[in-house]
Design a binder for this molecule. Structure first.
Ligand SMILES: [Ca+2]
Length: 297
């Protein structure tokens, strides 16, 4: 651990304006209840001579609905960034970059794409998801077993915490840190101590939803949105049940030429001032402001 504390490279003055990125704002239980219900029905049958209610023998978990995606605007994004975490703080985008030798955090203006501040991690660390807890920003590393703690205001390093396993996405729901690790299980951690509090399997219908990646908590809906690694899908998860309740298809946002130079969709941030979401991807030259809604007949 002593080998590699992140170096701080304050670059307020960096002010990178990648003109190539300024693109204009045009539109561009699986039957789990069977035993319980069956037993009570059988008892009822034995003790009460009256009519017996027919008891279901299996419970099918609901399939998610399709979420429609309304693209409101195209906005800039640094194509040099291997996006691993995305969130809004007071009108600015905080983005965690991955890959060894390229990892760090950028703070940028969503309208202009101008990077106003950034820090870099040492080469041994591969940055992953970020989450805000009050004045603190937690940043995961992929497989170093460390989460770094930064001040929101100055991106000063405030220490680190250890955790077991891989780190992919990170979010805070007001009580717990929520971590994804590429499997179908979400893990919950204490936001102060990073102590493991529990796990939640995520199911899509009755099947495990693997490859959960970047996360975003949507407080109004008490739902967690998650990128699904190596797909153009974002799923909406009910945090009380672990059930995927909605799926959004975000394919086709980049032009074929842009898509050839880009990596996968990853990065979703709720934009409270606009009640919308900003989404982007690894090495994407653009981000997109979108809204999701449930499709109606
Ligand atoms: Ca996010």
């Amino acid at each position: 651990m002593g080998l590699g504390r992140p170096s701080r490279m304050d670059s307020w003055v960096r002010g990178i304006v990648n003109t190539s990125l300024v693109l204009g704002f045009g539109l561009a239980a699986c039957g789990a209840q069977r035993g319980e219900l069956g037993e009570s029905a059988a008892k009822a049958e034995r003790s009460e001579p009256g009519p017996v209610t027919k008891t279901p023998t299996a419970t099918t978990r609901p399939e998610p609905v399709q979420l429609s995606v309304e693209v409101l605007r195209e906005l800039p994004h640094s194509s040099s960034s291997y996006t691993q975490g995305l969130l809004f703080v007071d009108g600015r985008v905080f983005e965690s970059r991955g890959q060894n030798g390229h990892s760090g955090i950028d703070v940028w203006d969503p309208e202009s794409g101008v990077i106003e501040r950034s820090i870099d991690l040492e080469r041994e660390f591969f940055g992953e998801g970020i989450a805000r807890v009050g004045d603190v920003l937690w940043q995961l590393t992929w497989h170093s077993g460390l989460a770094f703690r930064w001040s929101i205001d100055g991106l000063e390093n405030l220490g680190e915490a250890s955790f077991t396993g891989q780190g992919w996405g990170l979010e805070f729901d007001g009580e717990r840190l929520i971590l994804s690790d590429g499997t179908h299980e979400l893990r919950f951690y204490d936001p102060e101590t990073f102590e493991l509090l529990g796990k939640l399997p995520v199911l899509r219908g009755s099947r495990p939803q693997d490859d959960l990646n970047e996360l975003e908590y949507y407080a109004q809906g008490k739902a967690l949105f998650a990128n699904v690694y190596q797909t153009d899908e974002i799923v909406r998860i009910d945090l009380r049940t672990g059930q995927v309740t909605g799926v959004a298809d975000l394919s086709g946002l980049l032009t074929p030429a842009e898509a050839r130079r880009a990596e996968v969709l990853n990065g979703i941030a709720y934009w409270p001032e606009r009640d919308s979401f900003l989404i982007t991807g690894k090495h994407w030259p653009k981000s997109f402001e979108v809204r999701f809604s449930e499709e109606t007949e």
